[in-house]
Ligand binder design. Structure first.
Ligand code: DGT
Ligand code: MG
Ligand code: MG
Length: 297
């Protein structure tokens, strides 16, 4: 009986060794057999030393704005929500030095020397887009209290590399010029409809071939609107840069026994993405905030 028992144990151990070898061989085979599919993944590393810009744009926001009763041509709730999402993206992700937004789009600029996710373009783009979209839904109610979100919005994304500070500044200038051109057009277009009772087709015909000066003149002479007095957020869009801000908070602090449980106001500074609605086409902004383009900042 002892002999039989010993044989059984030996057999069992041998079996276990064989089984283990088979399993590890199987695993090795599976790895070597299928591993090659990795080679199908494209290398999407962003060129070193370039500014990496991710631009998001709302998918079919013409419809989204209509369905959610956005004010025309500008809905300040919608624009502020976009900025809240952009601030969240800057806080949650790494290496974003500046962001610029207008209408249903936002551009995010990553540091030239960023090595976040080894500079993989798809990582930059998908993290920005998903963080932004989830924030849009998450914070919706804070901005649209009486307007339920009727369906989930989406955002497309693209990555563009800019090799010099000048090309980056020209990119941002291009987006701000686009904001100005569209906003001037939309302001006159909607005033013609809302105040003069023109149909959209009539308003479009009225504006066909007009220059900026003509549009300013229509606004001023027919509607007594000085375009320069329209809100800066609508005319300039929103720039987000990191700034130190003082924050007053109440905190439980260690105090003498008789004052136990009392709270004390303390001030601390933190760095946070702060919105500006200013010109970024001229030099003044860049002179005032040299750290933005400083490679070592
Ligand atoms: P896409 O980007 O090709 O999927 O299509 P859309 O419809 O998003 O077109 P896009 O991005 O060229 O234009 C933005 C649209 O979003 C435009 O039709 C107006 C709308 N939109 C953006 N902000 C506001 C706003 O504050 N108020 C209103 N009423 N509409 C806005
Ligand atoms: Mg869009
Ligand atoms: Mg757009």
């Amino acid at each position: 009986m002892w002999a039989a028992y010993n044989v059984n144990v030996r057999d069992y151990l041998a079996l276990a060794v064989i089984l283990k070898r088979c399993l590890s061989l199987g695993a090795t085979m599976a790895k070597s057999k299928f591993e090659y599919v990795r080679d199908f993944e494209a290398d999407d590393t962003c060129l070193p030393h370039c500014w990496v810009v991710v631009r998001l744009d709302g998918r079919n926001f013409h419809r989204f704005a209509d369905k959610h009763n956005f004010a025309k041509p500008n809905d300040s709730r919608a624009l502020r929500l976009m900025t809240k999402c952009a601030q969240t993206v800057m806080e949650e992700l790494e290496d974003i030095v500046i962001a610029y937004g207008q209408s249903d789009e936002y551009s995010f600029v990553f540091k030239r020397r960023s090595n976040w996710f080894k500079r993989r373009s798809s990582k930059f783009m998908t993290h920005v887009a998903s963080q932004f979209a989830s924030s849009y839904v998450f914070y919706w109610r804070d901005y649209f209290e009486d307007q339920p979100l009727l369906y989930p919005p989406g955002f497309d994304g693209r990555v563009v590399l800019y090799p010099t500070n000048q090309t980056l500044k020209d990119y941002l200038s291009w987006r701000q010029a686009d904001c100005h051109i569209n906003n001037l057009y939309n302001t006159v277009f909607w005033v013609l409809i809302q105040q003069s009772g023109l149909t959209p087709v009539q308003a479009q015909e009225r504006l066909q071939g007009t220059l900026a000066a003509d549009k300013n003149e229509i606004l001023f002479s027919e509607f007594n609107i000085n375009y320069n007095n329209e809100p800066l957020m609508y005319r300039k869009g929103t720039v987000l840069i990191w700034q130190k801000v003082g924050e007053v908070m109440t905190k439980e602090v260690k105090l003498p026994a008789e004052m136990e449980g009392k709270k004390k106001a303390v001030t601390r500074t933190r760095t946070t993405p702060v919105p500006f609605h200013c010109d970024i086409i001229g030099d003044a902004f860049w002179k005032e905030h040299p750290a933005v383009l400083d490679e070592d900042s």
